[in-house]
Design a protein around this ligand. Structure first.
Ligand code: SGN
Ligand code: CA
Length: 750
């Protein structure tokens, strides 16, 4: 994101490299001995389509090469994502943090007009494992799908698909910004590029981490030409819940738009040409992959699909197909194409594994296979993902590490994608930042897959509810046996007992015999939300629906894009900070007029809004000498939010600033007093917050300044002369603030 960041990182790099070196010396491992990490990642790969996981398709569509990783290493059977969608899963992997902390909550597709011109993107300026591995002496590379909207940071080499990427004759964006088109099939190209990099891109004096990231088997499930006719004469078994009636679960299960029956496109998904003659069965959307093909490719494609397509149309025309028959036909078309995509993927993985063997790299290279989330293969009548139900919540996780992991290991440890970053860091002998939320898997890997005593008891899940496919916002927890889901919209719950109801067809939250389980699961839910720092105050939220707010935000983006690096002093806050442009204007000019100061105060903002802005571009290019942070009183004003919750929001803001600007000073101000009298409820609440946040100034970078007394008279009263509405300073109040803060600022701006 920020170009200026490079120099800052160079500085921290030296410091961190130094500490990393100490760790390495301590464990007497030389840099060259550290294992390489080959992270092979696909998109939307359901566990049910990997034979090592068993499942109904294992005989019909085996994946021998993926199974090779499992057989020679370990398979994790309770591996999950934190947010079942592409960008967010990738962001969680890169950062080791849940979505609300790394800020990438969803893929960023919204249906609201006012959001159209806002570019939601991953804040790539934050710390990620590739950056830390690079600092620790690893060579870092990425080939394939990225899908985070900002360019990859922290990689010595990358070559990425634009957005979702294409299956046929795909373009790749190069590090210099140019595009390169490769002829052929995307899975084969990623495989070739991966092997090429291993052959000739590598710096043989360094260990490497290579992320080889496939598009397959993502929608529209275009197979390679050589696999088009696989399973032509076979009927793939249908999942038992293909015609799920969605009874006994949240009503939103009926409202989704990801059903095989209702939401497949004639051209795009089902591979027909032209407009749909049966809009009741197929939506209209053309097959853009077909348009990318050469004439020869098209010819082969048509030779494979057209006969079957025409046969279906004739059968419908002749009245031979019931609605259910058509759904069944669509399922067959879908599942076969999906499995055909998997076939190329599996072949490609085989080639890479063979190359590792031939080159001698296998011995010291950890190979991991995973996918950004699971996927529905007709279960519940669905394709796609997003729900916390098992099929899309689960992520494959296979790992081979010769000499460390016993071949044939099966692990039931509860693991999540936030664990990958700390695992890689520990493997590299690098320090794991305290703010990382995942746990290193090393203890599990070294103990034959057994989770240590103090391993986690549950996993937290969050889905934001973006418009695509109309799956509503929900979050939840599982302990492996039970799963509790919370639906934000109507504040309602679903509870599942995975042992008696593995297909999750019957919510037990109203079942009296599960009252105790429900209670325990709710406790787990609240505990995990606390542990992972999730609350209204920490979940980044925008106010783009309010015109003035959107305008102020966009104006700020313009300012920082043009002159971000000029600012020396940046104020972050709410209306009290914004008021420097109103009642405080004269004082501002007097004190800060010559100091290249930027005002990031927005009236009415709470911690969650500040977090959203800072994560969405307001700090681009910004790296001032000092930040002044004063936020929280609107959290108090918003239903008297508990002090600990508001404080956590403030803590995240401070951490974010420390992470993005390790050299800036951060002046954290007490939340200003409000309410005229000392016993005012909100005044007391703000004081509670201050009691917590003053402890955040525990290092040289964060400075605490309590200005409470500045504004109060001797009886502790907040007078009208200072703050007429007992909340916002007037002219006199701003002057008092500036004068009281000045000595500290002078020090910090030196
Ligand atoms: C595209 C797909 C959706 C899919 C999202 C997200 N539609 O929008 O079906 O859910 O990607 O997928 S498509 O018509 O463009 O194929 S994700 O893997 O990137 O999260
Ligand atoms: Ca995906």
């Amino acid at each position: 994101m920020a170009c200026k960041r490079e120099s800052v990182f160079a500085y921290t790099a030296t410091v961190k490299l130094f500490s990393a070196t100490l760790v390495l010396l301590a464990s007497a491992v030389s840099a060259a001995d550290r294992p390489n990490i080959l992270f092979i990642f696909s998109d939307d790969h359901a566990l049910n389509a990997i034979s090592a996981y068993g499942g109904p398709l294992k005989e019909i569509a085996p994946t021998p090469n993926l199974d090779r990783i499992a057989d020679q290493g370990a398979i994790f059977t309770r591996s999950y994502c934190s947010n079942s969608i592409c960008g967010p899963s990738r962001a969680a992997i890169l950062t080791g943090k849940h979505s609300h902390i790394n800020g990438y909550l969803d893929n960023g597709y919204f249906d609201k007009e006012y959001l159209e011109d806002v570019n939601f993107a991953f804040d790539g300026s934050q710390t990620t494992f590739p950056k830390l591995l690079r600092e620790a002496g690893y060579q870092t590379a990425l080939i394939g799908k990225w899908h985070l909207k900002t360019e990859p940071e922290g990689f010595d080499y990358w070559e990425r698909l634009p957005g979702q990427g294409s299956y046929y004759n795909p373009h790749f964006i190069q590090q210099d910004g140019s595009q390169k088109q490769y002829q052929g099939y995307v899975t084969d190209v990623v495989t070739e590029r991966t092997i090429d990099w291993l052959k000739s891109g590598r710096d043989k004096d360094k260990p490497f981490v290579l992320m080889a990231q496939h598009k397959a088997p993502h929608r529209n499930w275009s197979p390679a030409l050589r696999h088009m006719d696989l399973w032509d004469d076979v009927v793939i078994p249908e999942p038992a819940t293909l015609f799920d009636d969605y009874a006994n679960r949240h009503p939103s299960l009926k409202d989704q738009e990801m059903s095989i029956e209702d939401n497949f496109f004639y051209g795009w998904d089902m591979k027909f040409h032209g407009e749909t003659p049966y809009p009741e069965y197929f939506g209209s959307y053309p097959n853009y992959e077909y348009r990318r093909m050469t004439e020869a490719q098209k010819k082969q494609w048509d030779a494979s699909y057209e006969e079957e397509n025409q046969a279906l149309l004739a059968a419908i025309e002749a009245g031979e197909m019931t609605d259910k028959d058509v759904t069944r036909w669509k399922y067959q078309r879908y599942i076969k194409d999906y499995l055909r995509c998997i076939r190329s993927l599996d072949e490609g993985i085989g080639e890479v594994l063979d190359y590792l063997d031939e080159s001698g790299l296998a011995e010291n290279t950890i190979v991991i296979y995973s996918s950004d989330q699971g996927f529905y293969l007709g279960e519940h009548g669905w394709y796609d993902k997003r729900w916390m139900f098992e099929e899309s919540f689960a992520m494959p996780f296979l790992i081979r590490w010769p000499g460390v992991i016993e071949p044939g290991t099966r692990s039931e440890a509860l693991i999540q994608n936030i664990d990958y970053a700390p695992t890689f860091l520990e493997i590299a002998g690098a320090a794991i930042p305290e703010t990382i939320q995942g746990r290193s898997l090393l203890p599990v890997l070294k103990a034959g897959g057994k989770a240590p005593e103090d391993w986690r008891e549950g996993l937290y899940y969050f889905y934001s509810g973006e418009m695509t496919h109309r799956v509503p916002a929900h979050d939840g927890v599982t302990n492996g046996r039970y799963k509790l889901m919370h639906f934000t919209r109507d504040d309602s719950w679903n509870l599942f007992d995975l042992k008696v109801d593995p297909q999750e067809l019957n919510s037990l939250h109203d079942d009296a015999s599960y009252a105790q389980v429900l209670k325990e699961m709710k406790t787990l839910y609240h505990d995990l939300r606390d542990e992972y720092r999730m609350s209204d105050s920490t979940l980044p939220a925008h106010r783009l629906g309010q015109g003035w707010w959107k305008q102020r935000y966009q104006k700020t983006l313009g300012k920082v894009a043009a002159n971000g690096s000029d600012y020396e002093l940046v104020f972050i806050g709410d209306s009290i900070t914004q008021g420097w442009e109103g009642a405080g204007k004269e004082t501002w000019n007097e004190f800060y007029g010559d100091r290249k100061a930027l005002n990031l105060g927005y009236s009415g903002d709470r911690t969650e809004h500040v977090l959203w802005r800072l994560l969405n571009g307001e700090l681009e290019n910004v790296d001032p000498k000092a930040y002044v942070v004063m936020i929280g009183t609107n959290n108090t004003g918003h239903g008297l939010t508990p002090a600990a919750e508001t404080a956590e929001g403030i803590k995240l803001i401070v951490e974010l600033l420390k992470d993005r600007s390790p050299e800036s000073e951060i002046l954290l101000l007490s939340v200003f007093p409000r309410g005229q009298q000392p016993d005012d409820k909100m005044r007391v609440r703000n004081e509670e917050i201050n009691g917590i946040i003053e402890t955040y100034a525990y290092d040289d970078q964060v400075h605490w300044l309590d200005l409470t007394d500045t504004f109060l008279n001797e009886e502790g009263v907040l007078t009208k002369e200072v703050m007429p509405d007992a909340l916002h300073p007037k002219q006199k109040g701003y002057r008092m603030w500036a004068e009281a803060m000045e000595p500290t600022l002078v020090e910090l701006l030196k």
